[in-house]
Design a binder for this molecule. Structure first.
Ligand code: FAQ
Length: 311
């Protein structure tokens, strides 16, 4: 019976045995994984856009080569994740349609503009920094293909964070104008990067069930606190500040206390009304349309090969 299957399934999870594509799983487990993994994949692909914005304007050939490689890495991450979604029985076409129609979510962070070269540093340091904390946890997630995708992603992501920090480090040691660019980028990216971890635990609809299923192993607030503690120390090396007057080390808790996030802004961006939501989806949609001939050609080629084999 379904109840027995559910019991065996949960026992496996409790014993730290990974769930694999052909194993029995509750529909709701499959559904929440498709939701989370496809949102994660979309974030990687949409995340290429704000960074891609600076490839032609990177300040040197070396910087350009590094940024180009990083943006290509994100495309690779998207592919691992779309493939992991496919193992759950949802086709790539379906997942892509949901993104392009605006039905699927992707991380709120990528709806902010990259206005200066300093933003490329801040995205690497803060956005990749937040992403890593989350993805290190997801390396131990209960679904095998998602876990393995995250292991590969994390290897590249730590290099991404280092390159972002290094961009800011160079700016922070530069002219007064360069220092100002560095501080301005940190000011604009700090709060949105805290929002990447999702709503507060009390407001998080999926956390409780996802924790029982060991899809998630740390809560939104736990990871956010870990991030604040890490960045509050690293910012000192840059000689810069974080734009939060309430940020203060708390001896009793051994954590940094920090100010209240603007949750209105968060939900507004999630609902599609952030500064770049429309632009991001339009760009993605156009890219998909412009790529139609490649898909058609690949299909025609595959059909020809199949026909030749049959002869
Ligand atoms: N933006 O109940 P919860 C990267 C939604 S890293 C938009 O707490 P959950 C690397 C949430 O989906 C970024 N929506 O949800 C890179 C749910 O809505 P739904 C991507 C958000 O799933 C760097 C509702 O709010 N990383 O791309 C956000 O338990 C640089 C309630 O929330 C991942 O996706 C948000 N920030 O926890 C690439 C990691 N937060 O679905 C390029 C995998 C929440 O019911 C350049 N995802 N929502 O309609 C996760 O770990 C989880 O899904 C959380 C949310 C932690 C994001």
């Amino acid at each position: 019976s379904v109840q027995e299957l559910e019991k065996i399934f949960q026992q496996k999870i409790d014993q730290e045995i990974k769930i694999e594509p052909k194993d029995w799983m509750p529909d709701a487990y499959r559904k929440t994984l498709v939701r989370q993994i496809s949102q994660h994949a979309h974030s990687e692909i949409i995340g290429m856009l704000p960074e891609g914005n600076w490839i032609t304007r990177a300040p040197s050939l070396k910087r350009k080569a590094i940024l180009l490689a990083k943006v290509q890495d994100e495309a690779g991450h998207g592919l691992y994740l779309y493939a992991a979604t496919e193992t759950l029985g949802t086709s790539r076409e379906q997942t892509m349609d949901d993104l392009i129609s605006g039905k699927a979510k992707y991380s709120s962070i990528f709806n902010y503009p990259t206005l200066t070269w300093g933003d490329i540093g801040a995205v690497g340091w803060l956005v990749d920094g937040a992403a890593i904390l989350n993805q290190v946890m997801l390396c131990r997630t209960s679904y095998g293909p998602y876990s393995r995708a995250n292991i590969r992603i994390c290897k590249e992501e730590s290099f991404h964070q280092r390159q972002g920090f290094e961009i800011l480090l160079v700016l922070s040691q530069g002219t007064p104008e360069q220092k100002a660019i560095c501080q301005d980028a940190i000011n604009r990216w700090w709060w949105p990067s805290l929002m990447m971890f999702g709503p507060k635990d009390g407001e998080s609809t999926h956390s409780e069930q996802s924790t029982i299923w060991k899809i998630k192993r740390k809560s939104n607030d736990e990871l956010r606190q870990q991030f604040v503690n890490m960045i509050a120390e690293q910012v000192k090396i840059l000689g810069m500040t974080l734009p939060d007057p309430d940020l203060k080390y708390n001896e009793a808790t051994k954590n940094y206390d920090f100010g209240e996030i603007d949750w209105n802004e968060f939900w507004n961006v999630v609902k599609g009304n952030g500064p770049c939501n429309k632009q991001r989806l339009d760009t993605r949609r156009k890219a998909h349309e412009n790529g139609a001939w490649v898909r058609a050609a690949a299909e025609a080629h595959a059909a020809k090969r199949a026909a030749r084999k049959q002869q």
